[in-house]
Write a protein that binds this ligand. Structure first.
Ligand code: PFF
Length: 487
């Protein structure tokens, strides 16, 4: 018999384990910094409530009804609803997105592992902001070191998944998630003493629409068109929406997969609320721990993916028992990343087991190896290789050396391109299709039975959200991007 979570609590912990990860603590602060703070956070919270919540409910219930990997769940549910089997493409795009995301996730998680050793060796003690920045630069500009850490992290992910989702995950998450939360609170309390707290609150919670809606260059200066007007951009909105999907692990079948191990008698509504609230709480706490340090030390909030590695060590270097607390922090963050990595790879592994008859170990090693290879692209991005550097030799090779990448693309490297393509395009499209499937394609009595909400009023609200509100909002953002209409 197919196994199920041992209790409702374990499902919550596993889903929170998937949701809470590098997205909350590494990515959320740096994209908030890059896109100007206040309005970005508002846009993100808006997307969490109006898009994330209803789609998470939909994804869990599809998974629980299908009881298989996302590809086969979608095949079965489309058959049940008399719909086109092409809906299983949703599962396929989820598997691809999961592998692409994991490819760079593992490189960053490798950096986190490297930092737990650096913290424990006392390397951060009494360093200046420049000294801390130097430690980060020397790590990311050394491809061999990054490759070694990436390899270690991928091996640990493969090992954990090979043991079966319940084996390692349940125990890990039960203790480590609460510990991470406590440590973040300690860091926020420390951040209050640094003198940058008020500026941080101002940055995070005071809306500044210009910084959000108008394009700026790397130095933070506004770009101007020929008439000297600022240039309007939808990119931050797209990143905010994409991050809502990313942080909740939605749109690629990870949560669907976890829903498939869920017992019939559990109420999904309450659990979804708990998962979403905890995830949001962790992200906001991470912001409150990091931005005061940024302002107190005169750092740039838009420093990019290195932000946590260039700020938190400053705190650890200056607080009593900083080496111990710093080590704890990076070790816990590593476990949070591992529990998310497991959910990124599980849909592909489960599909190989179900449909190709592979043993779990073999399936995991296969997927892990593919992901490991793709991750090498991200390692080179950190040492400065851009998309232009990758494409130019290819163009020359086929005799088109005069072709250059357009300005929009030349600012990307392999890592930023994959991140943008997966989080801001693939996950929202996946989520949109999940909403349409749950709202329009599935028979109403099957979704109603899946939910069995205690209150009679919740189902119609959810249905209205997945039928109209969430798809409409996702579509609006996309249509604006491709310039079909503007408002
Ligand atoms: N939610 C994870 C994080 O915030 O770090 C990342 C993630 C996990 C994204 C699983 C997507 C996913 F399916």
């Amino acid at each position: 018999m197919r196994h199920e979570w041992s209790s409702q609590l374990t499902f919550i912990l596993a889903a929170v384990g998937s949701a809470v990860g590098l997205g909350n603590i590494w990515k959320f602060p740096y994209i908030t910094g890059e896109y100007g703070g206040g309005v970005f956070i508002l846009a993100y919270l808006f997307c969490i409530c109006l898009i994330g919540l209803p789609i998470m409910l939909a994804e869990i219930s599809l998974g629980r009804r299908g009881k298989q990997s996302p590809v086969n769940t979608m095949l079965q549910l489309s058959q049940e609803a008399g719909a086109n089997p092409a809906w299983s493409l949703l599962g396929w795009s989820g598997m691809v997105a999961g592998c692409l995301i994991l490819s760079y996730y593992s490189v960053i998680a490798g950096e986190v592992m490297a930092y737990s050793f650096r913290a424990s060796s006392g390397m951060f003690n009494h360093q200046t902001a420049d000294g801390i920045k130097g430690i980060y630069t020397s790590l990311v500009s050394d491809p061999e070191k990054l490759l070694a850490w990436h390899t270690i992290f991928m091996s640990l992910t493969v090992l954990s998944v090979a043991k079966g989702v319940r084996g390692g995950l349940e125990k890990t998450v039960t203790f480590l998630m609460p510990a991470l939360l406590v440590l973040l609170i300690i860091l926020v309390l420390y951040a209050r003493t640094t003198g940058g707290f008020e500026q941080a609150i101002d940055f995070m919670f005071t809306p500044d629409t210009d910084k959000f809606f108008y394009a700026r260059n790397d130095l933070g200066n506004y770009l101007m068109d020929a008439n000297g007007d600022k240039i309007f951009t939808w990119e931050p909105m797209m990143v905010a929406m994409g991050h809502a999907f990313f942080t909740l692990s939605l749109g690629m079948g990870a949560i669907m997969m976890y829903g498939s191990y869920l017992n019939r008698h559990v109420s999904i509504g309450k659990m979804t609320l708990i998962i979403v609230s905890l995830d949001t709480l962790v992200a906001l706490l991470a912001g409150l721990a990091i931005f005061p340090l940024v302002f107190a030390n005169g750092l740039n909030p838009a420093a990019g993916p290195g932000l946590i590695f260039e700020t938190l060590p400053l705190a650890f270097g200056n607080m009593t028992d900083g080496a111990l607390i710093g080590t704890f922090f990076f070790v816990l963050l590593f476990f949070a990343a591992l529990s998310s990595a497991i959910s990124l790879i599980e849909p592909s592994v489960a599909w190989l087991i179900e449909s190709k008859g592979l043993r779990r170990i073999k399936a995991t090693v296969w997927v892990g190896t593919v992901v490991w290879f793709i991750g090498i692209g991200t390692i080179f991005s950190f040492s400065g290789t851009t998309l232009q550097d990758i494409f130019q030799p290819l163009f020359s090779w086929v005799g088109f050396e005069h072709i250059e990448l357009s300005q929009t693309f030349s600012k990307y490297n392999f890592f930023t391109a994959i991140d943008f393509f997966t989080a801001s395009i693939m996950l929202p499209i996946g989520g949109l299709l999940i909403a349409v499937f749950a709202g329009w394609v599935m028979h109403q009595d099957s979704t109603e039975r899946e939910f069995s909400f205690r209150s009679r009023h919740v189902y119609p609200v959810w249905q209205f959200m997945v039928r109209y509100v969430s798809p409409f909002l996702v579509l609006m953002v996309f249509l604006n991007i491709i310039g079909i209409f503007k408002f």
